[in-house]
Design a binder for this molecule. Structure first.
Ligand code: AMP
Ligand code: ZN
Length: 115
């Protein structure tokens, strides 16, 4: 845990977020500064700095987050129109929050799914 980490605070309920999903392993919430019509972040409960710090034991939560991203994309109506799952690794790649997260972004075409 990192006492100064905004995503740790959100996971612990100490900072507000608009949650899409929450369980004991990870949470998903809307990005505060969306870079697309749909922009959700999937964030493990454990403070992992980045993919560079990922260990074998994190495989389960990462795979759970990817599988849930698929479900959330469907729920938010962008599964068929298309979306990106993005992980920025390090400052040079644009990572500004050093608590691992997957960006789920899409909805550009507004040709959202029928249901
Ligand atoms: P990255 O550049 O990959 O580190 O992405 C960090 C993302 O976190 C950015 O898209 C920010 O807009 C987003 N962000 C930062 N603080 C918050 C917050 N309090 N609630 C929701 N999203 C946030
Ligand atoms: Zn953290």
């Amino acid at each position: 845990m990192d006492g100064d980490c905004i995503f740790c605070r959100i996971v612990k309920g100490e900072s507000p977020a608009k949650f899409v999903y929450k369980d004991e392993d990870f949470v998903a919430f809307y990005d505060i500064r969306p870079s697309a019509p749909v922009h959700v972040l999937l964030v493990p409960a454990e403070h992992i700095e980045s993919i560079n710090s990922v260990e074998e034991r994190h495989g389960r939560v990462i795979s759970k987050m990817v599988l849930k991203a698929k479900v959330i994309a469907r729920q938010l109506g962008i599964a068929d129109s298309g979306y990106k799952l993005v992980i920025n690794v390090g400052r040079g790649a644009g990572q500004i929050v050093f608590h691992l997260h997957i960006h789920l972004i899409g909805g550009w075409s507004k040709e959202k799914d029928e249901n």
